[in-house]
Design a protein around this ligand. Structure first.
Ligand code: ADP
Ligand code: MG
Length: 334
């Protein structure tokens, strides 16, 4: 595009926005242990953004594992309580997903992730004895829901670290729509969710981070979709033995996943589903992940392996632009 065409496009976009009475507004906030930015386009974007911030803080207040007044904290400390809609939805969804994946996804791994120090940052490698003692406390089938009441057995604990941000993204998008916003882009700590297209009618271009360089390794165009990544490189610690232990766990062994996967990105409409899948597909490993996708096929997926191979599902063919060199590029087909 030459510079005059470029200027013309900018002017036209500004003109279209102003002529529809639409404005852009954006905000950033720290919530849910991460940095979030939200940009919206609409008639009263500032009001929508204020409501959005309140909503995010309110969901955080309900599901935080560390805030002493949250539902999750109280449940995890032995209270049997009537919980908020957010907590109830996430518990039901988490338990359903656990059943569907035979426990590969498990919202009750907190006793294990705590023992490794991921909840406090005080990292350590627990003994096998300690892991063996804690594993029975992660049996999600024992969690009882009666109406709005949830009850956990002594020592059990919930953690929505794997799905909370995806759920929040969906709730924010509902709120924005209710407030007349037709175009928005959320970045909830690397969880990207788009409402509609860009105001100029083109799709949003989303970069997908390289696990190795931190720069974009690929990009994809989307509208009305979530692009959600689980990366082993996002949170890990290096133990005295030199081994890196990541924050995504295999609930069968009680140990961090170590299966050669470096990152999994899921693309689908629902943020909650994408977030649950990103963690689950990471734990499953390459083979099982491909067969799970073939059975469900209501999402697209990109996998980076530690030895720099790239895999992606066939629906992304022609849509994914590669911006880095890979040892191999492979398409997962039905
Ligand atoms: P991020 O939080 O970096 O966006 P994820 O969505 O993959 O990445 O969530 C990772 C978090 O999920 C962990 O920090 C932990 O709280 C939780 N978790 C780890 N392993 C599992 C698992 N097998 N099933 C459900 N939740 C998990
Ligand atoms: Mg997730």
């Amino acid at each position: 595009m030459n510079k005059y065409v470029f200027l013309f496009v900018i002017t036209l976009t500004a003109f279209l926005l102003v002529s529809c009475g639409e404005k852009k507004a954006s905000t950033s906030l720290n919530a849910m242990d991460t940095f979030m930015t939200i940009q919206v386009y609409g008639k009263k974007p500032e009001i929508a953004l204020e409501k959005t911030k309140k909503l995010i803080y309110q969901i955080e207040q309900n599901i935080s594992t560390t805030n002493k007044n949250s539902d999750v904290y109280r449940l995890n400390h032995g209270e049997s309580i009537s919980v908020s809609g957010d907590t109830l939805t996430l518990t039901k969804y988490g338990l359903d997903f656990a059943k569907q994946t035979d426990g590969v996804f498990n919202p009750a791994l907190y006793p294990i992730t705590s023992a490794w120090g991921f909840t406090t940052g005080d990292y350590k490698v627990p003994s096998q004895n300690q892991i063996d003692e804690l594993l029975p406390l992660t049996d999600y089938s024992k969690i009882q829901i009666n109406g709005g009441f949830i009850n956990l057995e002594h020592g059990m604990a919930l953690d929505f670290g794997a799905i909370g941000k995806g759920y929040t993204g969906d709730e924010v998008i509902k709120l924005l729509k209710d407030n007349g916003i037709r175009s928005a882009l959320l970045d909830l700590g690397g969880n990207i969710q788009a409402l509609g297209k860009k105001p100029d009618g083109t799709e949003w271009i989303i970069g997908i981070k390289s696990p190795w360089t931190g720069k974009a390794a690929a990009s994809i165009k989307i509208a009305d979709k979530a692009v959600i990544t689980s990366g082993g490189y996002e949170r890990f610690f290096t133990a005295d033995d030199g081994h890196n232990y990541i924050h995504i766990f295999d609930g069968k062994t009680g140990r961090p996943v170590d299966n050669g996967i470096a990152g999994v990105t899921i693309i689908t409409e629902s943020g909650l589903y994408a977030d649950a899948l990103s963690t689950t597909m990471f734990v499953m490993g390459l083979q099982d992940t491909a067969s799970y996708w073939k059975r469900h096929s209501d999402f697209e997926m990109i996998i980076f392996t530690e030895n720099q191979n790239l895999y992606f599902t066939e629906g992304l063919e022609g849509k994914l632009q590669l911006l880095a060199d890979f040892a191999s590029v492979n398409i997962i087909r039905k």
